[in-house]
Ligand binder design. Structure first.
Ligand SMILES: [Zn+2]
Length: 309
């Protein structure tokens, strides 16, 4: 199976140790500790090649000492991501409106790279670490205030929980589940073009789950809404953390009743069935009209898996 980007985070999260502030402090004091700096959702990376070329990109970790100096009195902004073997790995948000990389951030030759552009160039394990850090840091940035009473909340458990000092409500990093499904019938699969996509770009259908739904029900509802098709059965394939800002893509293969697929005209403008040979041409990039689905997304994994069947 093709590797799905953002999957395969190699860190041991050691989640039981997060509330142990002495243990966390000892990890921060470890001279080998590494810190992933993220500015405005962008990880700090180094690339061996020319400016603007992402090939060979690697995360440019800073030391815990550098991070603490930058953080100053914001030291609670250093979040424990886990252990890489024995090496502690932290994430930290670099604030500010202008790109700190422009000022030779920490005298390094790296830069803050837009994640969608650099994700496929990073080693898969590093892309997965970035996905974790970015979603966690985004959550803190967007959830500084208690949703129950409106007071400022504070980060605890090295970034994995927030607590409101006024009403004591606990808040946990959110993950929003999304169903993404390749609909199949009679040895054909269905791709759709979202509103806003250029002609020829097509992918699997998808939508956010709603409260009270099973995965299967959400899949059936989304397919009915976006294509008019009726689901017969749903099979789980695989999943993907999606750090824009913090979704979990639940990849499904949905067998549907054969019938005419009618786009809803709002979210989906065009639907098209592909027999397997034609689908393989799309996957190989040699279809005259339709481009391969989902550069970073799990849609490509689902599609490639079906094409190989
Ligand atoms: Zn509160």
């Amino acid at each position: 199976m093709d590797h799905t980007v953002f999957t395969g985070n190699p860190l041991d999260r050691v989640s039981a140790k997060r509330p142990d502030s002495a243990w966390i402090a000892a990890r921060l004091a470890d001279p080998n500790a590494r810190v992933l700096a993220v500015w405005n959702g962008r990880p700090f990376v180094e690339t061996p090649g020319d400016e603007g070329r992402e090939e060979g990109a690697r995360l440019a970790y800073i030391t815990a000492g550098e991070a603490r100096r930058i953080a100053g009195d914001r030291e609670d902004g250093l979040f424990f991501l886990g252990l890489d073997g024995e090496t502690p790995v932290f994430g930290m948000e670099i604030g500010g409106a202008s790109d700190p990389g422009e000022g030779a951030f920490e005298r390094r030759t790296g830069r803050f790279a837009e994640l969608r552009g650099v994700a496929l160039a990073l080693p898969p394990s590093e892309a997965a670490v970035v996905a974790t850090a970015k979603s966690l840091l985004d959550w803190h940035r967007r959830h500084g205030f208690c949703s129950a009473c409106g007071n400022a909340s504070r980060s605890v458990d090295s970034g994995w929980r927030r607590v409101c000092p006024a009403c004591e409500t606990e808040h946990f990093p959110r993950v929003d589940p999304v169903v993404i499904m390749l609909a199949v019938a009679n040895d054909k699969c269905l791709l759709g073009r979202n509103a806003g996509w250029p002609e020829g770009r097509m992918s699997a259908l998808a939508g956010f789950m709603e409260p009270g739904e099973t995965i299967e029900e959400a899949c059936a509802r989304e397919l009915k809404e976006e294509s008019g098709l009726v689901v017969r059965s749903v099979a789980y394939h695989s999943s993907q953390p999606w750090p824009f800002p913090s979704s979990l893509m639940i990849g499904l293969i949905a067998e549907v009743e054969d019938g005419q697929a009618v786009p809803d005209g709002v979210e989906i403008l065009e639907l098209r069935w592909f027999a397997r040979d034609e689908a393989r041409d799309v996957l190989a990039g040699r279809h005259p009209e339709v481009a391969t689905p989902g550069g970073l997304g799990i849609a490509r994994t689902l599609f490639a898996s079906w094409c190989a069947g």
